[in-house]
Design a protein around this ligand. Structure first.
Ligand code: GAR
Length: 219
């Protein structure tokens, strides 16, 4: 099986990106990050990519707000297609993708979110969790659908909320789990072990692995 080609979209400091780069280098990820795109020119994620010798591009978002302008989004698609990515991994990408983008990479876009979805979608999920008073939060890797943080869930990890936690301390504890489960989810995808039925993602045992996504298959 050839290694999965991963395109990462990130808006910020890029620790999830770094975790994927490190896992790939250490042979713990069944794929490699071949391109990193950002809507923020100064994003540390772009720096991290360049340092690792990975193609890194700032593509201007074209407008303020939650979504990219349509010409800008078309450029994202063009560049990702040119890089022949099998999977688009959102890693702290703070824009909502249009239904066209989602359809273009149907069930080939993953997102990591710092809460146990469907609780606390959207921005500052850790702050939302603290303010709500939950005793357990965590993180979720899911396929991206046309909603916001609503797509089929692949893996979740629980993280306890401790007495005296601040947004920063809870975020830091959750982040450790994010780094672990993003690699795990991508490996399941690379092994073609994810089969999606409606909202439900079935994780197939290793021996059934031909039933999921196959990067070598042409449609
Ligand atoms: C991560 O906590 C990620 O889960 C979150 O942004 C952070 C990015 O950190 N994403 C979202 O909130 C998306 N709704 P990183 O840049 O260090 O990977």
């Amino acid at each position: 099986m050839r290694r999965l080609r991963i395109g990462v979209l990130a808006s910020g400091r890029g620790t999830n990106l770094q975790a994927l780069i490190d896992a790939s280098r250490e042979g713990r990820l069944l794929g490699e990050v071949v391109i990193v795109l950002s809507d923020v020119a100064s994003a540390m994620a772009l720096e991290r990519a360049r340092k690792a010798g990975i193609q890194a591009c700032y593509i201007e978002p074209g407008r303020k707000g939650a979504r990219l302008a349509s010409e800008s989004e078309a450029r994202y698609i063009e560049v990702l297609d040119e890089a022949r990515v099998d999977l688009v991994a959102l890693a702290g990408f703070m824009r909502i993708l249009s239904p066209d983008f989602v359809r273009h990479y149907k069930l080939r876009i993953m997102n990591i979110h710092p809460s146990l979805l469907p609780s606390f979608p959207g921005l500052r999920a850790q702050k939302q969790a603290l303010e709500y008073g939950v005793k357990i939060s965590g993180c979720t890797v899911h396929f991206v659908d046309e909603g916001v943080d609503t797509g089929p869930i692949i893996i979740q990890a629980a993280v306890p909320v401790l007495e005296g936690d601040t947004e920063a301390s809870l975020s830091e504890r959750i982040l450790k789990e994010e780094h672990r489960i993003y690699t795990e989810a991508i490996n399941l995808f690379a092994q073609q072990r994810l089969r999606v039925e409606g909202r439900i993602v079935h994780v197939l045992p290793l021996r059934c692995m031909n039933a999921g996504y196959n990067p070598d298959q042409t449609e």
